[in-house]
Design a protein around this ligand. Structure first.
Ligand code: C2E
Ligand code: MG
Ligand code: MG
Ligand code: MG
Length: 282
């Protein structure tokens, strides 16, 4: 959980080589960033009130020749601990915006994009220094189409700084999403002060929503709380029809998960929309 909801760790007798693996990934990641070999997959987020894909989340993908596919949880963590997060994130934002342009050029109406950012990126910078400002201008993508996803840990380190930073990102027009909600430690009083537009309910609450009364009640409460605070909810990790029906009945309007689609590369994402949401495609 400390590494984020979607992470897992494998404990083997080779754990003593964890430091070696970290070091190896760090060196290879530096090359991969330099050669722009980090790719992005896009997962649709469906607005069930309109029945259309209103946005997508960009998720980083990296396959090394020798090590094979490495999860974003693992390489983002290495990047955060080595300073590589800055060039990595720059590459990710640049690619996400340029591929969004490609996706939107195939669509009748543009969709929005959610991009994950690491708290580490923001700890010692102001919103004015965030490269996403210039990149969005250069790429001709209005800030209003961009949502920055941050996890709760961001608010804990320095809440006052976080509020200032988030408020000025909002002033520039960006939307903000609180990711993996429920897995961290955010207190209600903090939540009230932070200008988040979206609250993303972590997959771990959705998984057993059909079978576990506690999870059902928790999700119900989270959705209600978001409504009171004026935030929109996105349910993460919706995998089947039954989960979808329950979440819909609880009033959550935005749905993300394998039920609709796994994350896909930009061209497959366009193909998916053609097939599953033909009315949106030119
Ligand atoms: P996240 O931002 O919470 O992203 C959602 C994760 O849930 C993704 O895992 C996605 O593939 C997975 N997921 C979505 N729907 C389902 C479902 O129905 N079932 C299951 N089992 N899984 C589902 P992924 O791509 O492995 O990413 C894991 C985490 O790595 C992300 O969690 C995010 O915290 C981080 N991450 C990924 N890309 C980036 C990035 O570009 N920058 C940063 N800073 N972090 C990233
Ligand atoms: Mg998650
Ligand atoms: Mg996310
Ligand atoms: Mg999440």
């Amino acid at each position: 959980k400390k590494n984020g909801g979607a992470c897992y760790a494998v404990f083997t007798p080779r754990l003593r080589t964890a430091a070696e693996r970290h070091q190896k990934i760090r060196l290879k990641l530096a090359d991969a960033i330099e050669q722009e070999r980090i790719e992005l997959h896009y997962q649709p987020i469906v607005d069930i009130a309109t029945g259309r894909v209103s946005r997508c989340e960009a998720l980083a993908r990296w396959t090394d020749d020798e090590l094979g596919p490495i999860t974003p949880c693992e390489f983002i963590k290495v990047a955060e601990h080595s300073g590589l997060i800055h060039p990595l994130s720059y590459l990710i934002v640049k690619r996400a915006l340029s591929e969004l342009r490609e996706i939107n050029s195939a669509l009748i109406e543009p969709i929005e994009i959610s991009i994950n950012r690491s708290p580490v990126e923001y700890l010692e910078q102001t919103a004015q220094q965030d490269f996403i400002l210039n990149l969005s201008k250069e790429m001709g993508i209005p800030a209003e189409l961009i949502t920055i996803e941050l996890t709760e840990s961001f608010m804990l380190k320095d809440p006052e700084l976080a509020i200032r930073l988030l408020t000025s990102l909002k002033d520039f027009g960006f939307n903000l999403a609180l990711d993996d909600f429920g897995t961290g430690y955010s207190s209600l009083s903090y939540l009230k002060k932070f200008p988040f537009d979206f609250l993303k309910i972590d997959r771990s609450f959705i998984t057993d929503i059909t079978s576990t009364a506690d999870d059902y009640q928790l999700v119900k409460t989270i959705i209600e709380m978001a409504r009171i605070l004026g935030m929109k909810c996105i349910a993460e990790g919706v995998e089947d029809e039954k989960q979808l029906q329950i979440i819909e009945s609880l009033g959550c309007r935005h749905i993300q998960g394998y039920y609709f689609s796994r994350p896909l590369n930009a061209s497959d994402f366009i193909l998916y929309l053609k097939q599953a949401f033909p009315a949106q495609v030119k």
